[in-house]
Design a protein around this ligand. Structure first.
Ligand SMILES: [Zn+2]
Length: 170
């Protein structure tokens, strides 16, 4: 899934689909004065992307020439801590001028307990269209990793039911 703008990507989900709490961007990539901040290899050099205008600039003492850089940021639920999603942003840097090339949805993570109190650890890997799950049973055992075709989330119970159904046949 590709986004037209950073704002669309940030707003992919505003609230946690599991507990409805507002999601936060991770502390590694804060939004300061409407700029989403990514650090380059040489900290404290950083890239600032304005989330409204998408104007992108490098805040650095040194010059950067040419090449694409990949950044990944998370939006997470700090309330239930059972949900996050990741956005990958590709930027192109040319003579210290940079612009956004691509914004894509990466992985979406869910940690859901079922009615038997087993925990389902689920990664929806949008870039490869797969849902990966393993189950942590309440007795401490762990299932093997199941790789399934991507299953969309609508609500926790329905999501688990669909995954169970499909995993029988795969
Ligand atoms: Zn939550």
């Amino acid at each position: 899934m590709e986004f037209d703008s950073i704002l669309d990507a940030i707003n992919y989900r505003v609230r946690c689909p599991l507990c409805s709490h507002l999601l936060d961007t991770s502390i590694d990539n804060p939004i300061i004065n409407n700029n989403l901040i990514f650090y380059l290899d040489n900290k404290p050099d950083k890239v600032l992307i304005n989330i409204n205008t998408q104007i992108t600039k490098i805040d650095s003492e040194q010059k950067y020439f040419g090449g694409q850089s990949y950044f990944y940021f998370l939006k997470e639920c700090r309330d239930c801590t059972c949900y996050w999603f990741g956005i990958q942003i590709v930027i192109d840097i040319m003579n210290s001028i940079c612009y956004v090339v691509k914004i894509i949805l990466g992985t979406e993570y869910f940690l859901i307990d079922d009615e038997n109190k087993n925990l389902h650890d689920i990664h929806n890997k949008h870039s490869i269209n797969e849902t990966h799950r393993y189950i942590q049973y309440k007795d401490g055992k762990k299932s093997s990793l199941q790789k399934l075709p991507l299953i969309k989330f609508n609500n926790a119970k329905d999501f688990l039911d669909k995954i169970d159904k499909i995993s029988i046949f795969s």
